[in-house]
Ligand binder design. Sequence first.
Ligand SMILES: Nc1ncnc2c1ncn2[C@@H]1O[C@H](COP(=O)(O)OP(=O)(O)OP(=O)(O)O)[C@@H](O)[C@H]1O
Ligand SMILES: [Mg+2]
Length: 314
Amino acid sequence: MSVHTALFRRLFLINGLVFTVGTLVLALSPATVSSPVVLTELPVLLVGLAVILAANALLVRTSLAPLGSLATLMQRVDLLHHDDRLTDGGNGDLAHLISTFNEMLDRLEAERNAASAHALAAQEGERQRIARELHDEIGQSLTVVLLGLKRVVDRAPDDLREELRGVAEGVRSSLDEVRGVARRLRPGVLSDLGLHSALTALSSEFSQASGLPVTRRVEVPHGLDGDVELVLYRIAQEGLTNVARHAAATRAELTLGQEQAGLTLRIRDNGRGGVTRDGAGIRGMRERALLVGARLTVESPPGEGTEVVLVVPA
Ligand SMILES: Nc1ncnc2c1ncn2[C@@H]1O[C@H](COP(=O)(O)OP(=O)(O)OP(=O)(O)O)[C@@H](O)[C@H]1O
Ligand SMILES: [Mg+2]
């Protein structure tokens, strides 16, 4: 049955019911109406009309209430939250409208997932390209400069040698920086050494850069999918970056392991908490989570720190 037939039937039934009851009351009651209307009959007529109108209004209103909640959901729905669906509270023929709407949400969600998968794949590809160029081009050129400088240092007159050593030191630290940036762009350790080492390296780099101690407990199950690994790594990366940037914490914790609900990643801090809005970073985490069918939650009571939890169901 189409939506508009359903609505028509519903309104027709209500009106029919009210008219029938009205007619029955009129037929069975002792009240009579003379023509022309006598003044004393007028209040009875008016009260009767008011009762009919009120009954009709009440029935139509209750019967259309699901449309109101549908409209509210339409305004609020966020495709990043998978469970935003309208439940059919036994609404009979309106069930069709509700299920059509839910189907539309499913379709939009699927399309959105495909689009963000595409965008994220493009982003990863671009990062790899930049990382490769940084490493292979700039890294190589700097290495050549560094080797050249070393040769010159050995043959330089004494008064220049110290200065040249300083220059060589500067080039060496630039080289380290370039390598560091390339590594962050492309978690090469991920493919080379696996997720465990990648997360270990990530958290110790984070500790070094931010001065925050990180408690780490990482257990990576065997045969984890490559896509899932990358999602876990990127979410840990963004979570820790947020701790350093926003939390004003004194401790952080990174755990990964099998729990009842599935493989669970937690990034926790003891900082200020109170995350209320999703910025680009948290939205990005949600999008990545959806890509592998995982669920991301951010618990952040003000003053009690923040916990980002990602659950990848088995
Ligand atoms: N661990 C945290 N502790 C306290 N506040 C946080 C924490 N993580 C995020 N926030 C708050 O939530 C907001 C949104 O975070 P999100 O990562 O989405 O964006 P961002 O870090 O501000 O920007 P981006 O990640 O795009 O560079 C932050 O601006 C910050 O106010
Ligand atoms: Mg962020």
